[in-house]
Design a protein around this ligand. Structure first.
Ligand code: CTP
Ligand code: MG
Length: 378
């Protein structure tokens, strides 16, 4: 069964304020749309279409991170945005479609699959949350009477449909509709209610960002790892530290290129994954790693983290030596480490200290490095 996800992200987010539309704003370290797309990928759904306003520069920037996500132009209201997205999906041979608000980044795999599974027996299904608060009818800020809540639900997304049925319903729509369930019902389609989730909030007002952040952070898996490495000085005319060759009156000795900084960072990543250290993955006894550029090791640790669903939160590395001086090279090291790890330079810190001429680093016998790294999985 071919299933597509249609995420509507062409609204202006007027009520949420904040300068740029809410779906492009940063929430718990990445954009709202990043979270929303990730929620569907986590549920195993990768055929994704985002409807956005092509004139919105913030949207263009945010979607650059998702080259494999298709894009369609938004419309004047939500229903016309959905129709544009459905028309753009028409050629793809889609049988089932999930239509979702970009502004609901906390949607869980359970809610997604609840709606999708209902399509086995229903033509349309959508998550609803039974209303639990007592309800009043108000009149001029006075309570005019109670409202029975026994059959009331708060509507959520993703709303799931047989593709051809919802496309026809949208094409036949006259007037406005708040959501796709309303469009479907106007076309006479029965809609099943599936379990909603109180965490599946729609970011609407400014204060909703803090709520969404709390929800997302509570389900995060955050790992911290440390790494430590030492290499001894020997004959040579340069050292390689965090991927940058630096002229020096000695070289560093080691089986590989002896990049002590990169080794400490790599071990920090392995540590965060509880995956031992470089020696376990690249045994020094194996001749193929002799003189190897250490980025092989670092790339392996990054790939291992990625394959387990983690992304790197940040890296902090301290080099301990009297000479060479690190300061003039620290920015180049950050740039190189960013290239290798694929994360932003602003998440990589490289600093140095002397040990006040004390101990082996103080006597100029070698260089030590310490590193810390965080990994985050949502
Ligand atoms: N949406 C859309 N096209 C529109 C209007 C809304 O794609 N013309 C999308 C929004 O981007 C959002 C979802 O529909 O993901 C739900 O709409 P809402 O929460 O009302 O978002 P906005 O319309 O952007 O916000 P506001 O009403 O505060 O301006
Ligand atoms: Mg709106």
């Amino acid at each position: 069964m071919t299933t597509a996800v249609l995420i509507v992200a062409a609204g202006k987010g007027t009520r949420a304020g904040g300068g740029i539309a809410k779906q492009w704003r940063i929430l718990a370290g990445k954009t709202v749309i990043d979270w929303t797309i990730a929620a569907f990928r986590r549920a195993g759904l990768n055929h994704i279409m985002v409807v956005r306003d092509a004139q919105d520069a913030a949207g263009r920037d945010a979607l650059r991170a998702h080259p494999d996500v298709q894009q369609a132009d938004g419309g004047a209201d939500r229903a016309s945005s959905v129709l544009n997205g459905l028309l753009a999906l028409q050629r793809d041979g889609i049988q089932h479609v999930l239509i979702h608000d970009a502004a609901r980044p906390c949607v869980s795999p359970t809610v997604i699959h609840g709606a999708l599974d209902a399509l086995k027996t229903s033509i349309a299904a959508a998550p609803g949350l039974p209303v639990t608060d007592a309800l009043w009818i108000g009149d001029d800020n006075m309570v005019a009477g109670p409202q029975d809540r026994s059959n009331l639900f708060a509507a959520q997304t993703p709303q799931a449909f047989h593709f051809d049925a919802i496309l026809s319903a949208h094409l036949a729509l006259e007037g406005a509709a708040a959501d796709d369930v309303e469009v479907a019902r106007k076309a006479g389609l029965p809609v099943r209610i599936t379990p909603g989730d109180s965490n599946n909030i729609k970011i609407t007002r400014p204060e909703d960002f803090a709520r969404a952040e709390t929800i997302l952070r509570s389900s995060m898996d955050i790992r911290l790892g440390n790494g430590y490495d030492v290499h001894r000085f020997g004959p040579g005319d340069h050292v390689t530290l965090c991927g940058i060759p630096i002229p020096h009156d000695h070289g560093l000795q080691g089986h590989s290129d002896a990049d002590v900084g990169m080794h400490a960072v790599t071990d920090a990543l392995y540590g965060a994954l509880a995956e031992g250290d470089i020696g376990r993955h690249f045994p020094p006894s194996d001749p193929q790693w002799k003189g190897a550029a250490s980025d092989i090791f670092l790339r392996h640790a990054v790939d291992l983290a990625t394959s387990r669903g983690f992304s790197i939160g940040n890296i902090d590395c301290t080099l301990v030596c009297e000479f060479p001086k690190i300061g003039p090279h620290a920015e180049a090291m950050r740039t190189r480490m960013a290239e290798i790890t694929g994360i932003g330079r602003d998440r990589i810190s490289i600093k140095a200290t002397t040990s006040e001429r004390l101990g082996f680093t103080g006597r100029g016998e070698g260089i030590a490095a310490l590193a810390t790294a965080t990994l985050v999985r949502v």
